[in-house]
Design a protein. Structure first.
Length: 244
């Protein structure tokens, strides 16, 4: 009996620290957040955004100030078309981490989508103040100015974007569309402006834009004053690929 008792005591002494460690990890907030984020990332990478949203939400239940969870939650909401919810989460991300430029950019693009061109412009300028060569922010700035009726500024900013990202088709497609729209205001010089627009669109096509730029350009030219908003919606959708 004495030998068995000592044996049980030894086993209990070995088991107790291990079980305490497991219980401590289970209750540790950092471990719970990490576990929820890892599950969310797996679901998101598999294209299962509704499930990922649940796990990112669980991480935020542990710590509502955890900026990475707000950002990834916003990305998933963007993919599912929940634009208002995505905007709130991107805004919360920026509130917690003002230097998350990707979140700032998505807020600017969502503002464009909502027809709030001045808000989009202000956010783009914030990004460019810290990242002067940020081509994506430059295109948002150009699109916002086009929407606001500042056509000369919009063209200049679009041209600057092609210098920032000379290997990206989106910037040339953007410039070609703006140039095609501007040709409506040039009277006798319209043919000359059209030649410029097509040159930019051909460059975009050679860089991989396909025929999309040409079809959008034709639509923009035919719609006149509504073209700028179409640029923001068709060329620069929230969550779209980066120019750089």
């Amino acid at each position: 009996m004495s030998f068995n008792l000592r044996r049980l005591t030894l086993l209990f002494a070995l088991f107790l620290p291990a079980s305490s460690l497991m219980w401590s990890c289970h209750r540790d907030p950092a471990s719970r957040i990490q576990k929820a984020m890892e599950r969310g990332d797996r679901e998101s990478n598999a294209g299962q955004c509704p499930e990922a949203i649940i796990y990112y939400g669980q991480a935020l239940q542990v710590d509502s100030h955890y900026a990475p969870a707000h950002y990834k939650l916003a990305q998933c909401q963007l993919k599912t078309g929940s634009f208002a919810s995505a905007f709130r989460e991107f805004a919360r991300t920026v509130e917690l981490n003002p230097q998350n430029w990707a979140a700032q950019l998505e807020l600017a693009k969502l503002s464009l989508r909502a027809g709030k061109a001045q808000d989009a412009k202000d956010r783009a300028l914030v990004i460019l103040q810290s990242n002067p060569k940020h081509a994506d922010a430059q295109m948002v700035l150009s699109t916002a100015d086009a929407t606001l009726g500042n056509s000369k500024d919009a063209l200049r900013e679009a041209q600057e974007a092609t210098v920032m990202a000379p290997d990206q088709p989106a910037v040339f497609m953007h410039l070609g569309i703006l140039d095609a729209q501007e040709s409506q205001n040039f009277g006798l010089y319209r043919r000359h402006r059209d030649d410029h627009a097509w040159k930019f669109l051909r460059t975009a096509t050679s860089l991989g834009a396909g025929s999309r730029g040409i079809s959008i350009s034709n639509s923009a030219r035919s719609e006149g004053s509504h073209a700028a908003r179409r640029i923001g919606q068709c060329v620069y959708e929230p969550g779209a690929g980066r120019a750089r």
